[in-house]
Design a protein around this ligand. Structure first.
Ligand code: MN
Length: 443
């Protein structure tokens, strides 16, 4: 529901929250896990406001967050968002309202609250960020038909989409242990590959390292094993969204993926943004899913919901930037590789979560479901290098003149997500960034 927390004119007394280009204005209030750098403090849950982080549980302890929001605020004392995620929508909204009131410049008594809350604010620049949740299970989908069609066309020019694609949200079980928070370097993996034309496979550092631009949804309250969630109730199980870079070793993937799907090509590091933008914050940016082309099958009834059809998609602009070692030496800014939008997915996040639980599979608080590479219809909207360079056949050129077919050591990849609509405050997802380290000398 749209409410006063979405009013684009609302301002915080935290001045940096109102600066142009700031991703965390009063209307956003994303959750993350932080610790003051060098303090030795245990990580705990905070909310970003401008260039600062609010220590939520400390505010509750000091009596600055009370009433219905006090319980959920106290759930923010731990080192992950799981406890808050498990509590459910009513608690999340109560806490959002309380934090909004605490930081609102125009609410009565703002001066006094500002004086008392100031001691619970930490500059982002002085904080280390951690994985926002303890992710028990991570699933990666394949929900962009543009991505699926491009990749399919490389393999099967005459029949790019497999017959199941438009009926069933395709996904695979990923690996939660190798999820890392933004800023963590990712080492080029060793693996088994079979180069084009080679008679036998070899093992060595991947030579076709790629990124994948994705968005993840964190599960809130789970469902019991054996108890599917109807699509009209799925929103109550979705806590919020983050950015995900599903680093992929294409040469390893091509050799290993049949018949059971991705394995070691995708579990050597998956970067997650530290801030989780809540479903409440995203409310003004919900839109109908992209229209299916004429003649496409309607989703089966269990994947068809009234609210999902009206507002199941999210208008989030997604950009990918790369900065090579040489670009850094020359002081050049990151170079944009693509621009796409989350609303172009073929399946909504709600349909993906509903489908995931439809066989009785139990989702749990903190589970992460990622969208799959978010590509759009145009060439400039391709969300990975595999598509952008057409498996290396059409290399792209960086501002230094360097060519790229796939990622080189020292390349830093950064994803950006922005919600921008008339009548709403612009909000962002914060950084999702990782640099490629050279492979180890031997596995
Ligand atoms: Mn992926």
């Amino acid at each position: 529901m749209i409410d006063h927390t979405h009013n684009p004119d609302a301002l915080s007394w935290v001045a940096s929250a109102s600066e142009a280009g700031n991703e965390f204005p009063l209307q956003n209030l994303p959750f993350g896990v932080f610790a003051r750098r060098g303090s030795g403090d245990a990580p705990r849950v905070g909310v970003a406001i401008g260039g600062l982080i609010l220590d939520v549980a400390a505010c509750a302890d000091a009596g600055l967050i009370t009433g219905a929001a006090q319980g959920p605020a106290r759930a923010c004392a731990g080192p992950s968002l799981n406890a808050l995620m498990a509590r459910g929508r009513a608690d999340w909204t109560a806490l959002r309202h309380a934090i909004f009131a605490l930081l609102d410049a125009d609410a009565p008594g703002a001066d006094e609250r500002q004086d008392r809350a100031a001691m619970f604010l930490v500059p982002c620049a002085d904080a280390d960020m951690f994985m926002p949740a303890a992710v028990g299970d991570y699933t990666d989908f394949y929900a962009s038909v543009h991505h699926a069609a491009n990749v399919g066309r490389m393999m099967r020019p005459d029949n790019p989409l497999l017959p199941n694609y438009k009926h069933v949200p395709i996904g695979y079980h990923g690996r939660a242990s190798s999820l890392v928070v933004s800023g963590t370097p990712v080492r080029r993996p060793w693996g088994q590959t079979k180069p084009d034309g080679a008679d036998s496979p070899l093992v060595g550092p991947s030579r076709r390292l790629d990124y994948e631009l994705e968005v993840g949804v964190f599960i809130g309250p789970g469902n019991d094993l054996g108890s599917p969630v109807p699509i009209d109730a799925i929103d109550d199980h979705l806590f919020g969204l983050c950015l995900v870079n599903d680093w992929s070793a294409r040469d390893m993937q091509a050799w290993e993926y049949q018949p059971l799907g991705p394995f070691l090509a995708k579990n050597f590091g998956t970067t997650v943004s530290p801030w989780v933008v809540t479903m409440d914050a995203l409310e003004p940016f919900r839109v109908p899913p992209a229209a299916r082309p004429e003649g496409d099958p309607a989703p089966l009834p269990y994947l068809t919901g009234g609210a999902d059809r009206l507002r199941g998609a999210f208008d989030v602009s997604l950009d990918v930037f790369v900065r090579s070692a040489r670009m850094r030496e020359q002081g050049l800014p990151p170079h944009r590789l693509s621009a796409s939008n989350l609303q172009d997915l073929y399946w909504t996040l709600g349909q993906m979560a509903t489908h995931h639980a439809s066989n009785g599979c139990n989702l749990r608080p903190g589970d992460l479901l990622a969208s799959g590479t978010v590509s759009g219809p145009g060439k400039g909207a391709r969300g990975c290098l595999l598509e952008l360079t057409w498996r290396g056949a059409e290399p792209l050129t960086l501002p230094t003149g360097e060519e790229r077919r796939f990622l080189e050591d020292g390349d830093e990849v950064a994803l950006q997500g922005t919600c921008r609509r008339t009548g709403a405050a612009t909000i962002g997802f914060g950084e999702c960034r990782g640099i490629v380290l050279p492979a180890r000398p031997s596995p």
